[in-house]
Design a protein around this ligand. Structure first.
Ligand SMILES: Cc1cc2nc3c(=O)[nH]c(=O)nc-3n(C[C@H](O)[C@H](O)[C@H](O)COP(=O)(O)OP(=O)(O)OC[C@H]3O[C@@H](n4cnc5c(N)ncnc54)[C@H](O)[C@@H]3O)c2cc1C
Length: 366
């Protein structure tokens, strides 16, 4: 199908609008990335379903974008059509059931739940992006994950164009993973979450939050505390603060064999002394030991703000795990920094860090 017949077909769908002059730099929190063929904005779920069906039938590659906060995109002309989900209805039931359309701003959904005294999402306060993207990498923070409240997702299956509610278990949710991530096999159109209704948070598991482990506290207090902690780390979006021009945590925390964790700890003991080695974050998870990527990055010689003030891409000055665009970076600058950090950690500790965001048209492997 020619581009003009495709755009003609798409523009006939009610509640869609086409943009020809939007780049991925305008749509991503890293503010990096080139130009798609064009962008389709979908104001309703029906519009999104119809537009994606038309594009898939035409064999046109698409990139579904919510808040663009987990994307690293190549520069230049990109042979893809961006589908922007702007369906943003949210309903809160008396019984603690929340239904949110994919384009709803995630933190608005969380704020709405906290205002109603519903518990379960408060630790996920301040995570940028859309509700629909939260199952894609099973977003998590401060000891909580969306998997704990998510019950069902409304999926558009891109293999046959069908739309149906699927149980959360069908997504194989795990640490920063679902079977939607990197595959694009289906688009999340809406989601349902079951929250608690007694005004208290989920049992707290993260040491930096006040209170005993396992304690439940008023949801509004926990939200405020989480937001304050996140702001201190540059993990709440702020246009004026380049430390937040990022994709959040750039690498996942590596899960390694306990013997490898022992070796890492010995290496730290050798180079930095016993005291530092004893403090190494290390906890059992997913059949191995999970290590802190941020801690390893720092000990491999990459302090906050690395490499220096003049760099176009540098580590956040507030958190070593965020790679940031200081305003004039291009994707190549960020990718070079990502490679340098990954290679440096591998050379020092023998552990290969894996990026958390989704990469489009570019790869960390040269
Ligand atoms: C400052 C900052 C802090 C962050 N903190 C956290 C954190 O604490 N925890 C955490 O887990 N993440 C965090 N992130 C990462 C990011 O915010 C989350 O992954 C978020 O869920 C991405 O949502 P989005 O709408 O921006 O997705 P996008 O970046 O637009 O898309 C990401 C991927 O999901 C796909 N996608 C988007 N919407 C849909 C949909 N409806 N259906 C199917 N696929 C879809 C896209 O095609 C793409 O592959 C942070 C990011 C930033 C910038």
């Amino acid at each position: 199908m020619t581009e003009s017949s495709l755009t003609q077909k798409l523009s006939e769908i009610p509640d869609t609008a086409l943009d020809h002059d939007v780049s991925l730099a305008d749509l991503t929190t890293l503010r990096l990335g080139g130009r798609p063929r064009f962008t389709v904005r979908c104001a309703t779920t029906a519009a999104a379903v119809e537009a994606i069906r038309v594009l898939d039938r035409a064999g046109q590659g698409i990139l579904v974008v919510g808040g663009g906060s987990n994307l690293v995109v190549a520069e230049g002309d990109l042979d893809l059509v961006v589908v922007l989900l702007e369906n943003d209805g949210v309903s809160y039931g008396q019984d603690g059931l929340i239904e949110a359309e994919a384009g709803a701003v995630w933190d608005d959904v969380v704020a709405g739940s906290v205002e109603r005294g519903l518990g379960g999402l408060e630790c996920l306060s301040g995570i940028p992006g859309s509700a629909g993207a939260t199952p894609v990498q099973n977003v998590g923070a401060y000891g909580a994950e969306v998997a704990e409240t998510l019950t069902e997702v409304l999926l558009l299956d891109r293999t046959d164009g069908s739309v149906s509610w699927a149980p959360a278990s069908s997504l194989e949710l795990a640490y920063r993973y679902s079977n939607l991530k990197f595959t694009g096999r289906a688009v999340v159109l809406a989601l349902r979450m079951q929250l608690s209704t007694d005004g208290l948070s989920t049992p707290l598991r993260f040491g930096q939050l006040a209170g005993e482990a396992g304690q439940r506290r008023p949801v509004a207090q926990v939200r405020e505390e989480v937001l304050a902690l996140r702001r201190g780390k540059g993990m709440v979006l702020d246009d004026a603060d380049h430390d937040t021009w990022s994709a959040g945590s750039f690498f996942t925390n590596p899960v390694v064999d306990p013997a490898v964790a022992d070796e890492v700890q010995s290496r730290v003991r050798e180079t930095r002394g016993a005291e530092d080695a004893e403090r190494m974050p290390r906890w059992p998870a997913d059949g191995g030991d999970k290590l802190s990527a941020a801690w390893l990055i720092e000990r491999a010689g990459f302090p906050r703000g690395y490499p220096d003030e003049g760099a176009r891409a540098r580590l956040s000055t507030k958190h070593t795990l965020a790679l940031t665009n200081r305003g004039s970076a291009v994707t190549g600058d960020l990718v070079a920094l990502a490679r340098e950090v990954r290679d440096g950690v591998r050379a020092e500790f023998g552990v290969t860090l894996v990026p958390e965001p989704v990469w489009i048209g570019v790869s960390i492997d040269a």
